[in-house]
Design a protein around this ligand. Structure first.
Ligand code: GAP
Length: 444
């Protein structure tokens, strides 16, 4: 098997309709990508799976969908408009390329060897103007992290959902950062999605440590349970000088990308930074009265914060396998390398493909279409009659479809079909009347 490079993944993602460059007809737009049908499905499945594991199965965590555009006062209070949320920027005096100072190994431009300007702090907030007049009063910012919307709704959610500490509020949504050096495809972009959960706990150190360790484990298990290989994941603790302005303690979950280890999610002890500062700046009392111990305090926060695109890239790379041709035993496949995308069934964009053995036999096509109509309300399915059957199997393997159904001549007489498993390639005959229940048992 040859090496899996990022270039290979980028070209595969485009060729099979997962992800393509944005604004392509105008020459593209740096750091922006669009998700085709399969990419959008994969993204949705990641989000669904996160929501299920963080909200649906947890009695004390509720979900939220807050606004992207919020009062700029929030970003003042949260520390994002001050030095806390800025990267050190240097520019080459000769070629004018810009770099993050902390990413450079030497004091010369890595592109042309030119002299660099002194370091300037570059704020990452994406500024915009609301309304017709572009003056200071109209300035606001696209949110840089979704959790600020959670803090804004802390009281609303606590009161309406009758939440008692410890409890969590979870949200998935877009975030924006004016990154100086977007790179590695969808890994670091200026527009991305976050899946964040804020767990409100008592300030007691023992309690906090307990929940920090709990969420570290839970989040790592989420990636493992969705099929990422153990050897490609690790924890990386932040040194004191690496901590974000709000964090008291932080650990990253890192994935072994083709270019090296990279953060896919962070677990942070944010202390009382957020509620304390929002209480101070807004004049609202955000303290919590704990009936059990008859004490009032500002809750502390343990945060889990993952990126949808980074998770997607890790899932895609981890599932991508090149195998020697011949898996599907067709003449043309013997010569070529075949791609099999071994995505977890919960993430696979298409769950079931329906293929008539040949397309020029009316009864076969009719039966196959009936089967497709039967299953499509239950599972994201695809009907495909174009090309040789081996080629069609390969097309489904490439996009990670876990199950492929074939309708052959016996199907017409026996009212049954074969189901082929993507990974074991085992085939099983199943009666059509039992099909939906059977697929449910495999896919749900
Ligand atoms: N609320 C905490 C927070 O935002 P972060 O470590 O800055 O923490 C959390 O970001 C996650 O968001 C990262 O682990 C990553 O998955 C994702 N993320 C951050 N910046 C990103 C970017 N420029 N492009 C894509 N994903 C990004």
């Amino acid at each position: 098997m040859s090496m899996i490079t990022l270039e290979k993944i980028v070209s595969f993602a485009k060729r099979r309709g997962f992800i393509g460059p944005s604004s392509e007809m105008y020459g593209g737009f740096e750091s922006s990508y669009d998700y085709g049908f399969l990419g959008a499905e994969l993204k949705n499945n990641i989000k669904k799976s996160w929501w299920k594991s963080m909200v649906q199965i947890r009695e004390n965590i509720v979900g939220l969908d807050s606004a992207i555009l919020m009062s700029p006062k929030i970003w003042q209070a949260s520390g994002h408009l001050t030095a806390g949320f800025a990267d050190p920027l240097v520019e080459c005096k000769k070629c004018h390329h810009r770099f993050r100072k902390d990413h450079l190994k030497e004091n010369k431009c890595p592109d042309c060897g030119g002299e660099l300007t002194p370091e300037k702090k570059f704020n990452l907030m994406l500024k915009t103007f609301l309304g017709p007049v572009e003056d200071e009063a109209a300035i606001t910012y696209l949110r840089a992290e979704t959790c600020q919307g959670i803090y804004m709704n802390y009281e609303f959610m606590k009161d309406t959902m009758r939440l008692k500490i410890p409890f969590g509020i979870a949200q998935i949504g877009k975030a924006f950062r004016n990154e100086i050096t977007p790179r590695y495809f969808i890994f670091k972009t200026r527009e991305f999605e976050q899946m964040e959960m804020q767990y409100f706990v008592s300030p007691d150190d023992k309690e906090k440590d307990k929940w920090f360790e709990f969420w570290k484990k839970e989040r790592m298990n989420w990636y493992l349970n969705l099929g990422i290989k153990k050897e490609n994941l690790r924890f990386k603790e932040h040194e004191k000088d690496e901590l974000a302005h709000y964090a008291k303690k932080a650990v990253d979950i890192e994935y072994k990308f083709p270019w090296g280890w990279g953060e896919i999610e962070g677990i942070h002890d944010r202390g009382d930074w957020d509620l304390f500062n929002h209480a101070k700046h807004s004049g609202r009392d955000l303290s919590y009265f704990d009936e059990a111990i008859k004490k009032k305090f500002i809750p502390h926060i343990i945060e889990t914060s993952g990126g949808v695109e980074r998770a997607l890239l890790a899932f895609l790379i981890d599932a991508y396998q090149e195998v020697k041709g011949g898996r599907t035993k067709t003449t043309e496949s013997v010569k070529e390398m075949e791609v099999v995308l071994k995505l977890h069934k919960d993430l696979a964009p298409i769950k079931v493909a329906v293929l008539p053995l040949v397309k020029n036999k009316k009864e076969l096509v009719k039966k196959a279409r009936q089967v497709y109509d039967l299953i499509k309300p239950h599972f994201m399915s695809q009907y495909d009659e174009a090309g040789a059957i081996g080629r069609r199997y390969r097309r489904q393997d490439e996009i990670g479809t876990p199950l492929t159904i074939t309708i052959d001549f016996d199907s017409i007489k026996q009212d049954d079909l074969t189901i082929r498993d993507r990974d074991s390639m085992r085939q099983e005959r199943v009666k059509i009347e039992k099909l939906v229940d059977y697929l449910c048992s495999l896919l749900k």
